[in-house]
Write a protein that binds this ligand. Structure first.
Ligand code: NAP
Length: 423
């Protein structure tokens, strides 16, 4: 048995939240999490949405007993009329319909025009920038709060720096002008949707020099004139990091995370400092073994990016190597996954503070679904429209400590200060 909301032309939204893209790989995990955490008609009245009624029914049945009480909403991301109906039936939409650069714009437009709050998992910086250019003014007028990057990119980085700066203010009385984030452990896999998003960015960038320049700008997501644009450090190859006593290699997600953290600083009126610098990298170990691992990781990433930029090589990767849309890590791999991120902050006068952010489950799926679910719940239940105006936000600027509380209480994340030792 399935509950349908057939007539969605309602003046008062009947849902707090619609999880749109419920049949996607990550959407299914999100829906299971929301179902187990909130039920359907409790504190958070939510519905599952997607373009296929049959797939939504299948998802509903997979959730088990009583899942028939979960309302289902059918809408197509390419059909503006159905999106208008969807947004009229809810206060918040959380979308996992990606790649966002291919399917995301009509829903952002619909939400920005109507004042419906929206969050997603986009890590596609160029698309986020484009959406801000086109819809920020509209969202400000309508009161729609739009929050991209509510998954592993970029919640642990953005809230991790927010937490470190809060601790620095409390213990050192000053923010840290220099922050490094180093990935100590990251155990997990990739889904077809993530791969499709990455491949699409590389494909677009390969054909467009202006876009390549935009993607290379660490301040690409900052409002014009809001920051002083000091040069930002970037780990592009294997190097030794004496602060962590280890070899480091480039971290693929730094391309979005660093932009989000810089936007947070810009929106927070440079609370981290006018000359704030931030970078991310992977810790690869000590000695010769660490050096070899860092060099191999850097070469592997560079080779992959090069292959992805060349049409025939990209097609071969997509056809024979990478997961297809709808595929991703097994439930067992999701359960076994985890992450451990280390942050080091230094004030202008050289005082230091170290923190860590950890999560259970694999970062991109098991943990991302919990982060996204709590971000969406936070938007629906905690962030008052009367206090927080419309516009494009980052996780740290709109949710801050409230989301840290939710994630530590309900999503298996920890945010802690650690002793000032190498790692
Ligand atoms: N930031 C992070 O940490 C993070 C982590 C994981 C994933 N992601 C991102 O999340 C997105 C989803 O990833 P995934 O692996 O779950 O993708 P996926 O399994 O390939 O799913 C894509 C979904 O989009 C839906 N869709 C496509 N066109 C549509 C349309 N016109 N109308 C409505 N729905 C449409 C598909 O619907 P059907 O089921 O009906 O085909 C499918 O459910 C990707 O952009 C990925 O990059 C980000």
């Amino acid at each position: 048995m399935v509950g349908y909301l057939e007539d969605r032309r309602l003046s008062t939204p009947s849902h707090d939240l619609i999880a749109f893209g419920a049949s996607s790989f990550v959407g299914k995990i999100l829906c299971r999490y929301l179902w187990e955490e909130f039920g359907a008609q409790g504190e958070l009245k939510w519905a599952a949405g997607g373009r296929s009624k049959a797939k939504l029914e299948e998802l509903c049945n997979s959730l088990g007993a009583n899942a028939g009480t979960l309302p289902l909403v059918v809408a197509d991301a390419a059909d503006e009329a159905s999106l208008r109906e969807l947004r009229a039936s809810t206060r918040v939409v959380v979308s996992t319909v990606g790649p966002y650069a291919l399917h995301g714009e009509p829903l952002v437009k619909a939400c920005a025009e109507s004042g419906t709050d929206y969050c997603n998992l986009s890590g596609e910086a160029h698309w986020i920038r484009r959406m801000m250019q086109r819809y920020e003014t509209t969202a400000r007028k309508s009161g729609a709060r739009i929050v991209p990057c509510c998954g592993f990119d970029s919640i642990p980085s953005d809230l991790g720096v927010h937490f470190l700066q809060r601790e620095a203010m409390k213990r050192l009385g000053a923010p840290c002008m220099r922050v490094k984030m180093r990935v100590k452990v990251m155990r997990g896999g990739f889904s077809g949707g993530t791969v499709a998003s990455l491949m699409n960015v590389v494909k677009e960038a390969a054909a467009d020099p202006v876009l390549r320049k935009e993607l290379g700008d660490p301040y690409a997501l900052c409002p014009a004139g809001s920051v002083s644009k000091v040069p930002q450090p970037e780990v592009r190859w294997a190097e030794f990091d004496s602060d962590f006593g280890a070899w480091i290699a480039p971290f693929v997600m730094s391309a979005i995370n660093t932009r989000v953290v810089q936007r947070t600083n810009a929106l927070a009126k440079r609370a981290y400092g006018a000359d704030f610098t931030y970078d991310e990298a992977m810790l690869m170990g000590r000695g010769l073994k660490g050096r070899f691992a860092a060099t191999a990781a850097a070469a592997g990433l560079a080779g992959f990016m090069l292959a992805a930029a060349i049409g025939p090589a990209r097609a071969a990767l997509e056809r024979f190597v990478l997961p297809k849309p709808g595929e991703g890590p097994s439930p067992e791999a999701q359960r076994r996954g985890c992450f451990d991120l280390r942050l080091l902050g230094t004030t202008t006068d050289g005082r230091r503070i170290r923190t860590k952010v950890t999560g259970d489950r694999d970062p991109g799926y098991g943990s991302t679904a919990k982060m996204l679910g709590q971000a969406a719940a936070c938007l629906a239940l905690d962030i008052d429209k009367a206090v927080t105006p419309g516009g494009f936000w980052t996780p740290a600027t709109i949710f801050g400590d409230r989301l840290i509380q939710r994630l530590t209480a309900h999503s298996g994340l920890t945010f802690e200060r650690v002793p000032d030792l190498p790692n």
